[in-house]
Design a protein around this ligand. Structure first.
Ligand SMILES: [Zn+2]
Length: 421
């Protein structure tokens, strides 16, 4: 250990210690005991409790004795067995296949009916295929090859696959990167995606054993903490980040959601530690939202049932995907709030925090959205970089570089100092 290290560590906001703390916190949220912060084994609730404990440990205040805001929504889950066999050979979940987030479960021994995506585009063709397979339809899975079409047709075929799935089990053959999600309903028949390399042309049987459970009223919790202004300012700044992710696809497979959004949750904690030591002229709120991946549900609930008057929010800074940043950041709503965006640019130019800051217009792609809809100025900031893992089992802690983590926090701290000037 060097002298310099000691000196840095004695500084009021020890950078090296903070970096370690940030990484440990992120790593913990991504660990198997949090179950991908979804709806199997109460992963999201375990994460909520951990975040609240962390807030409390730092000294962040709660509101009326609680850090939590509860709300309910329906969700489709896969808590147990997840087995897909082709010609009796077991496929690898998350690598060879993903089951549709809204898929029903059960045990099936199915015969494949191979069709081309283009067959779906013609009503007559698909009707004929149906008629030809009428007698065995109950034991069939329609295997739709969707690998060789233009982006537009591929999309269209995906929509038709959903329609087809109302009548029969469906497997879509794809070479696309798997992107999983959260289902809020359950289909009548199973639906899955399979990589082209995992399904041989001579496939005779497809066996499924999927343990699925629909939860009609899952209780989720936003976690909220705040640090009062040092000047008794009535205006507030909200930092937000969703902590939930996709959870488990069967008992053996989970989606760690490191970049999306353990990293943003870690940024909340990182900023909270700073503002406890350096109180702002604004009240600073930290909102860790649940249910984002299920459709921005937690932030919607907050916007409809706010814990502070929305008129008193000077700015919402929503942080989602904070784990890379080699290529800089993008600011959603940067084109909407031009003055504030230009302020970010000016601050960045002066201090050279980030290599690039890009602006986008409106988008309903994270938790800033419902605040924007209520007329509250809000940015959604995400990092750009080499890490392309997104909603897959490879979005792991090990893939994070934290390249722009510290610079972003410094930029945002500066922004809060000048925000309303
Ligand atoms: Zn996210």
């Amino acid at each position: 250990m060097t002298k310099l290290f000691f000196l840095i560590c004695l500084a009021p906001f020890c950078l090296i210690c903070q970096n370690d703390a940030t990484k440990n916190f992120t790593k913990k949220l991504c660990s198997p005991e949090f179950h991908g912060r979804g709806y199997v084994n109460n992963g999201d609730i375990i994460a909520a409790d951990f975040i609240a404990e962390t807030f409390e440990g730092i000294g962040v205040s709660n509101i009326n004795g609680s850090y939590f805001q509860e709300f309910y929504f329906p969700v489709n889950t896969f808590p147990g067995k997840m087995l897909v066999k082709i010609n009796n050979k077991e496929l690898r979940p998350g690598i060879d296949y993903i089951v549709g987030a809204s898929s029903t479960g059960g045990e099936y021994h199915l015969k494949p009916v191979f069709i081309d995506g283009s067959d779906l585009l013609s009503k007559n063709k698909i009707q004929t295929i149906f008629n030809n397979n009428q007698e065995t339809i109950g034991n069939s899975v329609f295997v739709v090859n969707n690998t060789k079409y233009s982006a537009d047709s591929t999309k269209k075929i995906k929509r038709l696959i959903k329609d087809l799935n109302q009548l029969v089990a469906v497997a879509e053959i794809t070479n696309e990167k798997f992107i999983w999600s959260v289902g809020r309903k359950t289909t009548r028949f199973p639906i899955l995606k399979v990589k082209e390399s995992a399904i041989p042309k001579n496939t005779q049987t497809i066996d499924l054993k999927i343990d699925q459970k629909f939860i009609p009223n899952h209780m989720a919790k936003n976690v909220i903490g705040y640090i009062p202004s040092k000047r008794k300012n009535s205006k507030s700044i909200v930092f937000s980040a969703h902590y939930d992710h996709l959870g488990r696809m069967g008992s053996e497979t989970y989606f760690p959601g490191a970049n999306d959004n353990a990293s943003g949750t870690a940024m909340l904690v990182h900023l909270a530690k700073y503002f406890i030591k350096n109180p702002s002229k604004y009240n600073i709120y930290f909102m860790a939202f649940a249910g984002e991946e299920a459709g921005l549900i937690g932030s919607h609930f907050m916007a409809e049932n706010p814990v502070l008057e929305l008129e008193k929010i000077a700015f919402v800074l929503n942080l989602d995907i904070m784990g890379s940043g080699e290529e800089g950041i993008t600011v959603v709503n940067g084109r909407v709030h031009k003055k504030a965006y230009n302020k970010l640019l000016r601050l960045n130019k002066k201090q050279q925090y980030l290599s690039s800051i890009k602006a986008r217009g409106e988008a309903a792609n994270s938790d800033h959205y419902w605040f924007s809809q209520k007329g509250v100025p809000a940015f959604f900031i995400y990092t750009r970089g080499n890490n392309k893992h997104y909603h897959d089992i490879f979005d792991t802690y090990e893939e994070l570089t934290f390249d722009s983590f510290e610079p972003i926090s410094n930029l945002l701290i500066k922004f809060t100092k000048t925000c309303l000037k």
